[in-house]
Design a protein around this ligand. Structure first.
Ligand SMILES: NC(=O)c1ccc[n+]([C@@H]2O[C@H](COP(=O)([O-])OP(=O)(O)OC[C@H]3O[C@@H](n4cnc5c(N)ncnc54)[C@H](OP(=O)(O)O)[C@@H]3O)[C@@H](O)[C@H]2O)c1
Length: 328
């Protein structure tokens, strides 16, 4: 596929599918050729909005389409496994929305399908691929702030959607942990390069039966810890601060407008701006296309093993809460 355009299909036509489609249109080597929806009308409308030639009234037809190289999966999380495996078994490269799956059991099945078919698979943890996150990683590798000891990271938003929406409905994977807690938890994995040895949690459950708030203390070593918060009923600052023995790095939120970070070493403060290409979902698509051009079946920036261990961390939080979804 070297130097070739990658032909993309989008599976589902909801909120984030619209954002990703618009970003994909900004990339020269990406061609948005197809969309699949449960409803022919939604497929038609989405295709017309984004000038997409092929539109299908089922996900199966999209997966079977020989003119598609890579599929972006944008259904609610309980359907990620089924939708991803459908596409992987059809030989398509897959970029699957976060959270990758409902739990680690599902994630393992998806990874096994990718490996059995020898095709590309990656979690769409889009922030990981942005220039800001890449720069933060290089600051950490160069030990600019010394030995990293503590991370503080939160993602809380106040949803005005009803209990039937995917934000609150347990049948659609509702709950703050899987929806937004995954961002700071994935970031902790990025910063410490491993999962915590112990986790202390507290969770608050709302009327629909899903977690509306969660606080987490991650301990890696006795002097390496993270404090994480997620919520879907209140706004938080959506910031991350990494504290090291020589200084700290402050990433200003919210997560969906990552544009600048500040590194403070002693009394020296450097603020770096990172303008985003589009809404920033472009970088994960670029990573997929770079990997495909190189014949790789997974990304080094976010490996499938890391995605799996992040799912395991979220499983162990839910086990402490004794919280299972109806489909589990
Ligand atoms: N990366 C990010 O920044 C970001 C932001 C928001 C959401 N997400 C993730 O993306 C996924 C989708 O979120 P969203 O906000 O786009 O959701 P949404 O607006 O509700 O759209 C989901 C789409 O999935 C399809 N779908 C299939 N089965 C469904 C069912 N039983 N109920 C409802 N929809 C169903 C529908 O498309 P068709 O009718 O066309 O089949 C629907 O439009 C979630 O996993 C979420 O965590 C990521």
């Amino acid at each position: 596929m070297m130097n070739q355009k990658i032909r993309w299909g989008i599976l589902a036509t909801g909120g984030i599918a619209h954002v990703f489609a618009a970003d994909l249109k900004l990339l020269e080597n990406a061609e948005l050729v197809a969309v699949g929806s449960r409803s022919p009308e939604n497929a038609e409308k989405f295709a017309n909005d984004f000038d997409i030639p092929l539109r299908f009234g089922s996900y199966e037809e999209l997966a079977a389409c020989s003119e598609v190289d890579a599929v972006y999966i944008a259904t609610p999380h309980p359907f990620h496994k089924e939708n991803a495996i459908l596409c992987l078994n059809a030989g398509k490269a897959v970029l699957c929305e976060k959270p990758f799956a409902m739990n680690a059991i599902e994630a393992r099945e998806m990874i096994a399908a990718a490996r059995a078919n020898n095709v590309f698979l990656m979690e769409a943890m889009w922030v990981r691929f942005t220039p800001l996150f890449q720069k933060v990683k290089s600051w950490l590798k160069d030990e600019l702030i010394g030995d990293v000891r503590y991370l503080q990271s939160d993602f809380g938003f106040r949803s005005d959607k009803g209990f039937e929406s995917r934000v609150f409905n347990p049948n659609l994977g509702g709950g703050a942990l899987l929806d937004v807690g995954v961002y700071p938890i994935s970031f902790a994995s990025y910063v410490f390069d491993r999962q915590p040895a112990t986790i202390k949690t507290s969770g608050y459950f709302g009327k629909s039966g899903v977690d509306e708030q969660g606080s987490f203390i991650f301990e890696y070593d006795s002097n390496k810890t993270a404090s994480i918060f997620s919520a879907n009923t209140l706004e938080t600052k959506r910031e991350s601060i990494i504290f090291g023995t020589n200084g700290f790095i402050h990433i200003y939120g919210p997560w969906n407008q990552l544009r600048h970070a500040c590194i403070t070493i002693g009394d020296k403060e450097i603020i770096e701006e990172f303008p985003l290409l589009g809404r920033g979902y472009t970088y994960q698509a670029i990573e997929v296309m770079d990997c495909l051009a190189k014949g790789k079946t997974e990304s080094d920036i976010l490996t499938l093993d890391e995605t799996l261990t992040i799912m395991e961390t979220m499983d162990s939080i839910r086990a402490q809460w004794n919280f299972k979804y109806p489909m589990e």
